[in-house]
Design a protein around this ligand. Sequence first.
Ligand SMILES: NC(=O)c1ccc[n+]([C@@H]2O[C@H](COP(=O)([O-])OP(=O)(O)OC[C@H]3O[C@@H](n4cnc5c(N)ncnc54)[C@H](O)[C@@H]3O)[C@@H](O)[C@H]2O)c1
Ligand SMILES: [Zn+2]
Ligand SMILES: [Zn+2]
Length: 339
Amino acid sequence: MKAIEIVAPGELRITERPLPGPPAAGEAVVRIRAAGICGSDVHILHGRNPFATYPRIIGHEAAGEVCRIGEGVHGLGPGDAVAVDNVFACGACYACRAGRPNVCRQVSVLGVHRDGVFQEYIAVPAANLHKLPAGIPWDQAATVETFSIGAQAVSRGQVRRGESVLICGAGPTGLVSLQAARRLGARIAVTDTLDARLDRARALGADLALNPVRDDVVARIMDFTGGEGANVIIEATGVVSVLEQAAARLASQAGRIVVLGFPAEAAKIVPADIMRRELDIRGSRLNNRQFPAVIAWLAGREIDPAAIISHTLPFTAVAEGMRLFADDPAAACKIILTF
Ligand SMILES: NC(=O)c1ccc[n+]([C@@H]2O[C@H](COP(=O)([O-])OP(=O)(O)OC[C@H]3O[C@@H](n4cnc5c(N)ncnc54)[C@H](O)[C@@H]3O)[C@@H](O)[C@H]2O)c1
Ligand SMILES: [Zn+2]
Ligand SMILES: [Zn+2]
């Protein structure tokens, strides 16, 4: 079978790998049908992901078809369409005991710490597989992991009906956060420096779309929120100054700031701003068992996966997909590889 491997930074190769053997107890072998390209795949290719080791078969956003199950696997059988949860945890550390395996001390992510889903077949624990309803096209099914990031972000931000939410960044991550917040009945403003991405946000129901290159974001958000500031801010740009402005100028009293972007630079945040408004500044990493919820949203058509997919390419075009993602953000959004 074929697999997409980053041999070393800058060196992508489509290699031949042996098929997985019979699945171990508790595992299933999945035939991958579609998988999304994510910023982290591109960062691994460019040697800019601090968590990755090489050589690595990348990819962590996939849907496929179960072909074989190991002993003790129940409720899942050959032919079932599944989405693959990419998060593995130790089950014993403080975070795991606290019910937050996504921030396990030894968290292991498909395609980052262990070989991922950009291959034709993969053996994974059945506990990481979630059955999909019938009739979901494979490319859309491959976005479940992406939406799980948005589900996690609105959960960390405790977004409630009627609240004002500011989403900074309308890349794939911002757009899934927007859809997750919208279905909760929030009023949503989005910022991005690319108008093409703001157009996607508007099409997905953003109430206000601002381009900081042109618009006075502070004034417009104050106007949008009746002078209160945004109740929840989701930082999905990875730009330090955006987080600084959120804490200093944009969050409301009792506001929550959810940090998705993870640049390595330090941000300057004034403690008095946090204290005076009793801000919660919260990280959001991967997803904490959000797959069942996202799959229910998909089944109920509460989210629009097609709206974030810009390209669907055969996996043999992976290098082109990575290039588009990295170099042409106005045209590219979620790029799906089919297997
Ligand atoms: N925490 C997690 O689990 C998780 C998961 C996926 C992605 N991420 C991170 O979230 C961030 C967004 O991911 P993505 O895949 O959507 O990336 P992306 O690069 O496609 O999106 C970022 C967007 O921010 C916009 N932007 C840049 N500067 C801006 C500014 N000053 N104001 C407003 N918008 C600005 C860009 O134009 C772009 O559209 C990245 O930093 C990524 O590493 C985190
Ligand atoms: Zn991803
Ligand atoms: Zn753990």
